[in-house]
Design a protein around this ligand. Structure first.
Ligand code: XBP
Ligand code: MG
Length: 253
């Protein structure tokens, strides 16, 4: 067996979109709707335990507000979330949200080595497309053999559905793939799908534990900007390259 595909989570993994994209878009949608809600970054860290924007809005209403009367909470959350998605895409189109360290380099290296790329995310396809095209160019969607997004599966992470969907589309077994994730919900999902992972944490997930991950890092690193190892063996490498992944894979399986 060898590595045939790299499967990437999106939010928090390939870009810090939770803080600079989703959170901003949620707050804009609240303001636009005349709501006096304003989610702080600390509150958002707590709310991230619930995946999916619609469910997150419902969770907030049900658990954080004492008096909020709405006839149909599902419809309310759906409409507010649609507005949030519009603001999110608008933000991406401004082109100010970069990819995380090492992501573009690793995408390029994988393609040069004939290793497929795929995406497994909880967010909507339109959000993924906006991020990818605005950071990597209009052709970059074709770099990905499969894009698995929230609306394509029944259950969101921490359920394994989106990873199972991607594996099915790739026609690969879990042992032929390495996942890149940032959060515990994603980690639980990919482990249930039989996959393993390189974790790159961020400020919302650095407190979480990823006991059986292949390695836990602060980011993927670059030659001139080495990663820091949080847990695991880096075999003397200072950034995540295909060579490094092969080494990691060999030791792991
Ligand atoms: C992260 C999520 C998403 C985003 C918000 O997804 O849980 O819900 O926070 O996006 P992942 P939506 O890390 O798996 O990409 O509002 O579109 O759900
Ligand atoms: Mg994520």
């Amino acid at each position: 067996m060898s590595i045939k595909a790299l499967i990437f989570d999106v939010d928090g993994t390939i870009s810090n979109t939770e803080k600079h994209g989703h959170l901003v878009a949620f707050n804009k949608s609240f303001q636009f709707s005349g709501l006096d809600w304003n989610w702080s970054s600390d509150l958002y860290r707590e709310l991230l335990e619930v995946t999916g924007g619609k469910l997150r809005i419902k969770y907030y209403v049900e658990n954080y507000l004492d008096h909020f009367d709405v006839d149909d909470l599902d419809k309310f959350a759906l409409e507010l979330h649609q507005l949030k998605t519009n603001f999110y895409v608008e933000l991406m189109n401004e082109g100010k949200i970069p990819l995380r360290t090492g992501v573009e380099r690793l995408f390029t290296e994988a393609r040069e080595n004939g290793i497929q790329l795929a995406i497994a995310t909880t967010t909507s396809l339109v959000n993924v497309e906006a991020l990818i095209t605005n950071t990597l160019g209009s052709d970059a969607l074709s770099w990905f053999s499969v894009i698995g997004a929230g609306e394509m599966v029944k259950n969101l992470k921490p359920a394994p559905d989106v990873f199972e969907y991607v594996l099915d589309q790739l026609k690969l077994s879990p042992k032929e793939c390495i996942v890149f994730e940032d959060s515990l919900n994603g980690y639980v999902a990919l482990r249930k799908a039989g996959l393993n992972t390189v974790i790159t944490v961020n400020e919302y997930t650095s407190h979480q534990k990823f006991d059986d991950a292949m390695i836990v890092l602060n980011h993927l690193g670059e030659a001139e900007k080495p990663f820091s190892v949080i847990n695991g063996d880096n075999f003397g490498y200072s950034y995540v390259s295909i060579d490094f992944l092969k080494k990691l894979y060999e030791r792991f399986y």
